[in-house]
Design a protein around this ligand. Structure first.
Ligand code: ZN
Length: 346
């Protein structure tokens, strides 16, 4: 059972989606094959979806429903209960979903893929449009937007560190709260959204290849020592097993490109003219440390960003400091443009 669902409700009935004035009960299956019920409003489903409107017509219900809970007809849905939960979240809690530019915090949508499939099946067009807008905001094509996203994730990481040894916030680890890149890559291919690919592949390139998302997010394997250690450490996982051979090749060439960029970029910055011995030594210290960071984090954008920040504290004169910071910023931008070019169609 997915952990996002494990914390939601007591067995049998949803706590959140059990309305006393609800006029239909949706019956779905939990992963353990037990039934789970939501008591909701027909108009809420019918308003957004032609298939639901058809299914919930009086005559259809009269002809097909044999079971009632507190007077409300029970309609069986084939989708698993956690999927229906997220669909109901989206339909009922529209206000909390309005800002597509913020990564969700308390109730992350970790499975956009099935939510989009549900939208297609039940023809819920506004919701699928909303999800696509949100995906575009979460996987941006500009470096400033990527940096904003990073600042947000860094703030989330700080929350988990501040939470103490469990590293859990709202009963979730950091990796529970952030979207997984292989799923995004698959959605990008399926829905022809190539603009998601650069950021998603970059995220994948810096994810830990030993941390398999499914193992970390399934109750049965989540508590295994290695998996729990990854979660506590805030390691970012991916669905490595679901990555196609073609995409694995794209990832391999991207990693090669990134390591070439680091090598060339660092050579360039080492050659930067620096007239003062003290500044020259400080520059070497900053670049050596940042290079180690780039290798350890698999994240050259982060390492160069750190170097920009650290340069201002390294004891260089103002002119040399400005020169190196400018050079690092240009290097980051050229890394980003190289990433974008890699996914442009010829
Ligand atoms: Zn100087």
């Amino acid at each position: 059972m997915s952990t996002e669902f494990a914390v939601l409700s007591t067995p049998g009935r949803s706590q959140e989606f059990w309305f006393e004035d609800g006029d239909v009960v949706l019956s779905c299956l939990l992963p353990n094959n037990r039934r789970f019920f939501y008591r909701v409003h027909k108009f809420m489903l019918a308003r957004h979806s032609v298939p639901f409107a058809e299914m919930l017509k009086k005559e259809v219900i009269a002809a097909q429903c044999r079971e009632f809970v507190d007077g409300a007809p029970v309609v069986f849905l084939p989708e698993p209960a956690p999927e229906i939960y997220k669909l109901l979240c989206c339909l009922y809690n529209a206000l909390t979903l309005q800002n597509p530019h913020s990564l969700e915090e308390e109730q992350p949508i970790t499975r956009y893929d099935w939510l989009l499939r549900l939208c297609a099946k039940y023809q819920i067009l506004p919701l699928s449009k909303y999800i696509i807008a949100r995906l575009k905001a979460e996987w941006p094509v500009t470096l400033p937007a990527w940096d904003t996203r990073e600042a947000h994730i860094t703030a989330m990481r700080q929350q988990h560190i501040a939470a103490g040894p469990t590293r859990r916030v709202h009963n979730m680890y950091l990796d529970d709260r952030l979207p997984e890149p292989v799923m995004i890559i698959k959605i990008a291919h399926t829905l022809c959204l190539p603009q998601l690919l650069p950021a998603a592949f970059y995220e994948l390139a810096r994810s830990n290849p030993r941390a398999e998302w499914d193992a970390l997010h399934t109750v049965a394997t989540r508590a295994l020592a290695q998996n729990e250690r990854f979660l506590v450490e805030g390691v970012r996982s991916a669905r490595w097993g679901a990555l196609s051979a073609q995409d694995m090749l794209v990832l391999a060439t991207l990693k090669e490109t990134l390591s070439t960029l680091v090598r060339e970029g660092w050579d360039m910055m080492k050659r930067l003219e620096m007239p003062h011995a003290v500044c020259d030594t400080a520059r070497k210290g900053v670049l050596d440390r940042a290079k180690e960071l780039a290798v350890a984090s698999r994240d050259v954008l982060y390492a160069a960003h750190w170097a920009c920040h650290y340069t201002t504290k390294a004891g260089m004169c103002k002119a040399c400091e400005t020169n190196l910071v400018r050079c690092l910023a240009t290097f980051r931008m050229s890394c980003w443009h190289t990433l974008l070019r890699k996914f442009q169609h010829p």
